[in-house]
Each structure stands twice: as structure tokens, then as C-alpha cells.
Ligand binder design. Structure first.
Ligand code: SF4
Ligand code: FES
Length: 292
């Protein structure tokens, strides 16, 4: 016997699958992100008013004997409306333990310095509401990067990979000063590279990538996205584009990506990283096609 109860007939018109199909994959992913958050968010926020939240923070200090063994410290932080993960660790540092170490600067998702591993996922501390998270909130440094102290990781390798793709505009032969003229970009071309230009160098994508974890030379999603920004810019010279594609199609470049979408899932700026990488793969193939 079935234990399922009959669903009451819905008054709403059924969803038109054709309409759903009209969205781009990136729009669907962003919708899914939002769908999972809204109701839960307001419910939890109501529960937390006037409460304290427990945060469990990863601790490690290689320079202090007795703190060289990694551990978690518990901090009970009074919840305030709008409190972010960054607010919570700042409270813990200011009120309980001034040695608690982490990076932060802008507090508005612009500088990219406070990417942490929060409840098992890469997130920006200043963009993540405590009320959106299950308790206790577990805060760790980004995985796959060497820990310097507490929540601070060594970003040198990430920056090196970013610089490998020559992340600056190059327009071929520079004309004489008298011949310099404005180089205009079409609105369509600007739209095409708009999302790629939002990167804040936080490193969350690289930390989430299984391929980068197993191949230290892999350029990684952020660097490839940075190259995409310039490779797709119509104002760059064709020869420079070819040069960029040669960097990207090397052994540890775009072909390493296995379209797992982990980078796209965690990017706090919602950049469609995996799609950009696939587009560059297509460009690399086109460049190498020969017709006799
Ligand atoms: S692509 Fe996104 S996740 Fe990666 S470094 Fe840039 S902003 Fe951070
Ligand atoms: S503090 Fe700048 S991005 Fe979070």
C-alpha cells in the first residue's frame, strides 16, 4: 500500500520547460544558489536574534611551541543582525584572543583577502552571513594551500599562476606618442568580458579545484579566467591573442580542466569560470585547425 498522500491540485500554471530552457546554464546555477538560501535565511535569522553563536576556528602557529599542533578553538560570539563570518572572527580576536590571525581589508567583497573554508566550502568571510550557516560554524584556512598561521595561507603560488598568463592589456606595436588615439571597445565586446573582469584574486576557485590540488603546475581557473578577459578583448592584437592561446594550451593549461564546476560553484563574484575555460579550449582548437 502506498503511504503517499495525494497532492492537492495546484492553482498555479505548471512551469513551462521551454521557458526554463531559455535560461543560460549560468543563470540556472545562480537561481539554484538563491533558491537554497532565502527561506532558510529568514528563519535562522529570527532564531539567532539575541543569541550567541559558536564558531570553531582552526589554529596553528609554527613559531610558538605548544601551538604547532593544529587544533580548533571555540568562541561564543554574540549574534547581531547582519553579522558576517568576518565580523565573528574579528569579534573573537578583539574580545577573546588577540593572537587569532587572518587577513581582511575592505569588508565589502572587493579586496579578496578573506577567503576561508567555512562549513566545508570556500567562502568570502565578509560576504557570508552567519545566519545562513549551520551551527557550530567551522572556519578553516583555504585547503590545498600552505598554512602560514591560523587562517592565513601562503598565496604566492596562486599569484605566480596569475602572472604566468601575463594579466595585462597588450596591443602589439605601440604607436608613436603623436599617433596615439583612443581605442574604443564595442558595448557587445564589453558585455562579453564583463563577468571575467570581476575577479578579486581571492583564490577560492583554485582552492576548490581537484585538478589544481593534484597538479601544482596547472594554471588554475582564476588565471585562465584572467587570460580569457584579455584574449576575448577585441582591442588586443591578433599576434598577442595567439601568444596567449599558446600559454593556455600548454600541458598544464586549459586541457587539464575536467569541467567539475567546483570553481564556478564557489566563486564569490559568480564568474562562469568553467564556461570561460571551455570557450578557450574551443578557441585553441580553432587556432590549430588547418584546411588544405
Ligand atoms: S575567479 Fe572568483 S573565486 Fe577565483 S580568484 Fe577570482 S573572484 Fe576568487
Ligand atoms: S575583506 Fe575584502 S573581500 Fe572580504
Amino acid at each position: 500500500m502506498s503511504t503517499q498522500q495525494a497532492e492537492p491540485e495546484s492553482q498555479e500554471a505548471p512551469e513551462d520547460p521551454e521557458m526554463k530552457g531559455a535560461e543560460s546554464p549560468q543563470e540556472r546555477r545562480l537561481d539554484d544558489k538563491d533558491d537554497g538560501m532565502v527561506d532558510e535565511h529568514s528563519e535562522k535569522k529570527a532564531e539567532l536574534e539575541g543569541e550567541t553563536v559558536l564558531i570553531k576556528v582552526f589554529r596553528y602557529d609554527p613559531e610558538v611551541e605548544g601551538k604547532q599542533e593544529p587544533r580548533f578553538d571555540d568562541f561564543h560570539v554574540p549574534f547581531e543582525k547582519g553579522m558576517t563570518v568576518l565580523d565573528a572572527v574579528m569579534y573573537a580576536r578583539d574580545e577573546y584572543d588577540s593572537s587569532l590571525t587572518f587577513r581582511h581589508s575592505c569588508r565589502q567583497a572587493v579586496c579578496g583577502s578573506d577567503a576561508f573554508f567555512v562549513n566545508g566550502r570556500q567562502r568570502l568571510g565578509c560576504k557570508t552571513q552567519i545566519s545562513d550557516l549551520d551551527q557550530p560554524v567551522r572556519i578553516e584556512p583555504l585547503p590545498h594551500q600552505e598554512v602560514v598561521k591560523d587562517l592565513v595561507v601562503d598565496m604566492d603560488h596562486f599569484y605566480d599562476q596569475m602572472h604566468t598568463v601575463e594579466p595585462y592589456f597588450q596591443d602589439g606595436d605601440t604607436p608613436a606618442v603623436d599617433d596615439l588615439e583612443e581605442q574604443r571597445q564595442s558595448p557587445e565586446n564589453r558585455e562579453k568580458i564583463k563577468m571575467s573582469s570581476r575577479c578579486i584574486w581571492c583564490g577560492a576557485c583554485m582552492s576548490s579545484c581537484n585538478i589544481a590540488a593534484g597538479d601544482n603546475e596547472y594554471l588554475g581557473p582564476a588565471a585562465i579566467n584572467k587570460a580569457y578577459k584579455f584574449a576575448m578583448d577585441d582591442r588586443e592584437d591578433e599576434q598577442i591573442k595567439e601568444h596567449r592561446l599558446r600559454i593556455l594550451e600548454q600541458e598544464h593549461g586549459v586541457w587539464r580542466c575536467q569541467t567539475q564546476f567546483s570553481c564556478t560553484e564557489v566563486c564569490p563574484k559568480d564568474i562562469p569560470l568553467t564556461e570561460h575555460i571551455q570557450e578557450l579550449k574551443r578557441e585553441a582548437v580553432k587556432k590549430n585547425l588547418k584546411f588544405w
